[in-house]
Design a binder for this molecule. Sequence first.
Ligand SMILES: CC(C)(COP(=O)(O)OP(=O)(O)OC[C@H]1O[C@@H](n2cnc3c(N)ncnc32)[C@H](O)[C@@H]1OP(=O)(O)O)[C@@H](O)C(=O)NCCC(=O)NCCS
Length: 409
Amino acid sequence: MNIEYRRPTKEEWPLFGKAVSRGFGNHPPTDDRSVERWEMFRQALSPVGAWDGDQVVGTSGSFVSETTIPGGAKLQAALVTIVTVAATHRRRGILTNMMRRLLEEAHERGEPISTLWASESIIYGRFGFGMAGQHHDSTIMSEKGVFTHLPEMSGSVHYADRARIREIGPDVWTRTAAVHPGMPQRSPGMWQGDMPLPEAESKPEDRRFYGVYEENGKAEGYVSYQTIDKQFGMGESDLHIKEFIAATDVAHAALWRFILSIDLIEEVKFGTMQVDDPLWWMLSDPRQLKRVPYDAIWLRLLDVERALSARMYSKPIDVVFSVDDEFCPWVEGNYRLTADPSGKAECRKTEDTPDIVLPAASLATCYFGSVKFSDLARAGRAVEKTAGALLQADRAFAAEREPWCPLHY
Ligand SMILES: CC(C)(COP(=O)(O)OP(=O)(O)OC[C@H]1O[C@@H](n2cnc3c(N)ncnc32)[C@H](O)[C@@H]1OP(=O)(O)O)[C@@H](O)C(=O)NCCC(=O)NCCS
């Protein structure tokens, strides 16, 4: 089997799009707007395809987005997307070859980290990605959403349309992203709907309702949702939150109160709830909020020195990590991380003896600060060589907020 790996040409782009849709069990949309948006996406994407003769048998790509890391700084991340391999060519190493090329190209462009959403949690660990952030798939019966605690609110929620969300969204998103490790920026093209992924509303049933929380004329948060009719218009519907972006705690509480005040709703579902969402603490009967955790943010470190030097640390640290990395050999090596009491750090390659030995995926898992090195060691995913090093690393890497990624790509 002679498979060629390369970027699709402009002429091949529609065929490439067809393979992406088929890989996820869809037919490609043919309306003019979708075709135009797919073409716009080409300009933002660094794709890698696999060809068997003139057939597209593998698709993948990444686009760059500034992503927040603990302490509030941002790193250019390669967001990996549209990964598919044709069922006719499965388990012959095509994904492996595409991933190698994607990650090498991202490294050459100087992107120090890469992130993705995984359709199955079995796929990406072998490529050095670690599960770096969980989300909650959550459900609550609307009638059980009774509050005992709410912060003081001086503003109010208003219904809005998509045009208004495009107007206020970028500022609200950027302010929200500043506190959430793992949250990428959304490009202007995405806000305008020129890129097909996040705001796709091509089918009538995808149409959303919007609410905006404002204080003194300034938007502080918004929510978008759909209602799914359960009884042919004769009774209650379920409400699915599609996006919930709040730049302040007050906006967050106000939008939850709005959602749980909507009439004729049986269940409210929110698939991408933050693990530290305070709704639980606002309810009179918290157990009514059903939360199922799942792996949401997968992270790959492509430049350990830059990634570890750029984030802030909660406690001083002086530890040498030995990082194993067969898939991206330039990452492999020993790294000394030192941080002072202000939280600022330096990370450099070293020949010094390691205190902790671990694979690249484990270091990535702990990077956003929501997973402890000691927990990974107990699972056999890291080894302590110097007593106390794991505890030191646990304390230093702890972050103020849990990672969160409301952008699905
Ligand atoms: C996931 C997918 C891209 C894998 O492609 P592939 O070319 O078959 O993967 P490879 O042959 O490179 O697999 C590499 C290794 O991962 C394993 N692997 C890959 N996908 C796997 C899966 N879904 N389940 C179990 N093992 C898997 C392979 O068995 C192989 O293991 P080995 O090295 O021990 O032999 C393909 O199955 C697919 O298109 N799935 C549907 C779309 C999808 O889920 N895409 C991912 C979006 S995040």
